[in-house]
Design a protein around this ligand. Structure first.
Ligand SMILES: O=C(CO)[C@H](O)[C@H](O)COP(=O)(O)O
Length: 271
């Protein structure tokens, strides 16, 4: 089965298992896999007339509109509204469902949409399924204010990143890529990151200086002035955050992976 067909298979199962029949608010992520999620929502024959779909960026908004669904920007959601579910792709997912996101430069809106949802569901193909983050995908995307970009580059190097770099346009227009917020993306390479289980088992990283644990690295990058958001999605899931009195979490409750043999593999969080 092709990679595209495997994404389609994963999206179909994820929508069948997690799309509430009476959904009023649904988050729609960015990338190539989310296209199949929207396709599956349409194919399910649900009554979507009263459902509002919250995009995570320009591409996502166009996808919603072109599917004949109603897009409502994040800042137009009525106060106190919690999304029933948010679907999105990922660049890599580890054993504990921590994710790297931002390969498509949409990480800030992806994170606030995921964190506004009762449950965040990740859909991907088998290449994204790894025991630890940064096993196959090699860098953490970080969205930064342009004026602070060189300062952030220096701070990331101090945290142990090897040659972090400002992402440039792939088109013929030269210069740094601009996000939907008109910010820059820095891609910061790090070695594979330790999970909570690794830390509990006494593993202490790569043996060289630096921060190698998922949540701690995300926390330290987020603390750098000039950073809008970091492309590590870790910490609480939506249900865990709600149990703690909050709205949503940034770690998915479940991740669906389309496998080369046509099956769909599911990783579920500890909730
Ligand atoms: O985080 C993202 C965009 O910033 C995407 O969700 C991620 O890059 C996965 O994309 P794809 O579905 O094309 O593999």
């Amino acid at each position: 089965m092709s990679v595209e067909e495997s994404k389609r298979a994963a999206a179909k199962v994820a929508v069948a298992n997690h799309y509430p029949k009476d959904a009023k608010w649904v988050g729609i992520g960015s990338g190539t896999t989310i296209v199949y999620v929207v396709e599956a929502i349409k194919a399910a024959g649900l009554d979507t007339a009263l459902t509002r779909y919250v995009p995570t960026g320009y591409q996502s908004r166009q996808l919603i509109i072109n599917a004949g669904l109603t897009a409502v920007e994040f800042d137009a959601i009525p106060a106190g509204t919690v999304l029933d579910v948010a679907f999105d792709g990922a660049d890599e997912v580890d054993d504990e469902l921590n994710c790297i996101k931002g390969g498509g430069a949409c990480l800030f809106q992806e994170k606030i949409v995921a964190m506004q949802a009762k449950q965040f569901i990740c859909v991907a193909d088998s290449r994204k399924l790894q025991p630890r983050l940064l096993s196959s995908w090699k860098y953490v995307p970080v969205e930064v204010a342009p004026i602070a970009a060189y300062r952030v580059l220096r701070k990331l190097t101090a945290l142990g990143s090897v040659k972090p770099a400002i992402r440039t346009n792939v088109s013929s227009k030269e210069g740094p890529l601009k996000t939907d917020q008109d910010f820059f993306i820095i891609d910061a390479p790090f070695p594979p990151l330790l999970t909570e289980a690794d830390v509990a088992a006494g593993k202490d990283g790569s043996g060289t200086a630096g921060v190698w644990e998922v949540k701690e690295l995300a926390r330290q990058i987020k603390q750098i002035s000039g950073v809008l958001e970091v492309g590590i999605f870790s910490g609480l899931t939506g249900p865990q955050a709600q149990a703690a009195g909050g709205i949503g979490g940034q770690r998915p409750v479940a991740a669906y992976f389309g496998m080369p043999d046509g099956t769909v593999s599911v990783r579920k969080a500890d909730v």
